[in-house]
Write a protein that binds this ligand. Sequence first.
Ligand SMILES: [Zn+2]
Length: 322
Amino acid sequence: MMIQTHHHPSSTKGLSSLTTLLTTPTTSLLIDPPFLLPDALSTLSWISSLTPHPPSAIFLTHHHPDHFFSANPILSAFPNAKLYAAPYVLARINNEYDQKIKYWNEVLEDGLVPEVPRRPEPYPWSFFVLGGEKVGEEGEKGEGEEVVVLLGPVQGDCVDQTIFWIPGERTVVAGDVVFGRSGHVWVEELDSPALLEAWLKTLDMIEQLHPVKIIPGHMEAGWELDAEADLAHTRRYLQLFGEKVTYADKKLGVQELYEFFRDAFPQCRENLDFFLGHMANRFGEGGTVWEENRHQEVGEKRPEELSGYWLGGSGGMNGRIH
Ligand SMILES: [Zn+2]
């Protein structure tokens, strides 16, 4: 095994987002720094407990603040590390950057998020190579190098996400395309049937990679990863959301919606106000929509834009929205 993957859960207040570290005998690389500064500090000591090699880069899976806001102290500790995101992720960050900083600085106590979170540089390639012995002066191939593929843009809990596929280890770093079974799924941004169906297609695509390990975007501390169970959890959640919201004949009340999802997933106990409160208000009858989260205008996106990579023929779009 050349690349090893490790994951670190943020605090509950930091929404239990996962930070992933890739290590090889000679290098390391980080994916998705935490939301909150205290979690970034614990991430730093976690990194040094795992590798003597500073991360050469920090990659982001998507534009949500809980996956990039507190990169600053990590970048200060490792000044040579690049902060990268796919161009479509960076475009989404830029689209809402000012408003999200203003919102979270108002909502959270002082010192929990940076006043000016570092923005990533665009990473234009569809893969990177990690590890290996020192490459010689003539640029000959090093020993033990391994490829990591960026798959995207794909739909998850928002549009335009990247998942990281490590074929040599059959590992997927899924970001918020897969949610660990310990928590509720962020479905607040599923403004159209096309978005829901595109997310399900992303899960189908991941399944076809036959991964042995999936690192989800969120998982409470103390839970073990389980690729099959976490995929199944995310899929079941989306299917119930389809039944109760997207394809429902009648709009449920805010409280009714909240309680339905709370009771359907009794093992999910944290951050209910955030995950279920915003969702139930967004989609429940008479609810108050979280306007500060509406920068993306994704409801108009067509299935072809969202999962145009799916060339599998007429049966390929689940048949529901054509
Ligand atoms: Zn997230």
